[in-house]
Design a protein around this ligand. Structure first.
Ligand SMILES: [Zn+2]
Length: 298
């Protein structure tokens, strides 16, 4: 009986003794965070409570499409006042960039600005002339034309026949030339010039009235045709009527006048230049030679 009780007592105490005799500590619980990456020794164990996130849907599927605008609604839709500011007349459009300076003047002026200059010979009383408005006729024209009516000749004003439209250059060369011819008449013929007879002044045409070619200096009011002279003794000497007799008093006077013009103008063409000048002296201030210092005296 004692043995039976001892056996029962040993069976009851056996689990407690077994736990106390094992010295190894119990394995710690593995936390879910320590599983997986970095754990090469432990097997990858998916914890039972791991939540698997669903795959993201494509972005476009998240966009909510805007409703279509029907044409009638688009036309009737009110325009916001702040969308486009209304333009006011005379106000230049706003600059697209603040760094760009918009000039106040328009880029392309509608009409060329007029720069007229005063003629010193007019201001000094060397010629009698009025300034005319600028001439602009196709390719022809003059910026500061003059209506020339008189030339100061040896201290007196000698009138010019007809209306002469010329520029300041031609007008300024006239007093010296006419005074020179007047002095010749005073010394050789005991008379003086009463009037200068003229033909063409400004005219929009080509050289020698040709249908093609260069524009004449007449087209720029930079040329004058002188046909003859009225003298104080009553005679009228013309290129057309008196050039042909070089030994006559009138013939000599006309040749003197022709050569004297070559001292004042760069171009002088008379009856010996060509048949077109049989009745007048053409004078202008055209350019001859590379440096415009040559003269054409024919
Ligand atoms: Zn001419």
């Amino acid at each position: 009986m004692r043995n039976i009780l001892a056996l029962i007592a040993m069976l009851v105490c056996l689990p407690v003794l077994a736990q106390e005799t094992v010295g190894e500590p119990p394995m710690p619980r593995v936390r879910p965070a320590e599983l997986g990456v970095g754990s090469s020794t432990l097997p990858a164990i998916r914890p039972a409570w791991t939540v698997v996130m669903p795959a993201e849907r494509p972005t476009e599927t998240l966009l909510v499409p805007m409703p279509r605008v029907r044409p009638d609604e688009a036309q009737d839709a009110p325009v916001e006042a702040t969308a486009v500011p209304p333009e006011t007349p005379g106000t230049p459009p706003a600059a697209p960039d603040a760094h760009i300076v918009v000039p106040d003047v328009p880029a392309v002026p509608k009409e060329p600005r007029v720069f007229q200059v005063a003629c010193p010979s007019v201001l000094q009383g060397q010629v009698e002339a009025k300034q005319l408005p600028p001439i602009s006729d196709k390719q022809c024209g003059a910026q500061s034309p003059l209506a020339l009516t008189g030339v100061l000749t040896n201290g007196r004003m000698v009138p010019i026949s007809g209306a002469v439209t010329t520029d300041c250059g031609v007008a300024s060369a006239m007093p010296e030339w006419i005074s020179d011819v007047d002095s010749y008449l005073k010394g050789r013929e005991n008379t003086q010039i009463a009037e200068v007879l003229v033909g063409t002044s400004y005219m929009c045409r080509n050289v020698n009235n040709a249908t093609a070619g260069n524009l004449s200096f007449h087209a720029f009011a930079d040329a004058l045709d002188v046909t003859g002279f009225k003298l104080e003794d009553g005679r009228t000497i013309t290129v057309e009527g008196d050039w042909g007799d070089p030994l006559s008093a009138a013939g000599r006077m006309l040749r003197y006048a022709h050569d004297a013009a070559c001292s004042q103008f760069t171009t002088v063409l008379g009856p010996e230049a060509n048949a077109l000048h049989h009745d007048h002296f053409h004078v202008d201030l055209g350019c001859h030679g590379k440096t415009c210092t040559s003269r054409l005296c024919e």
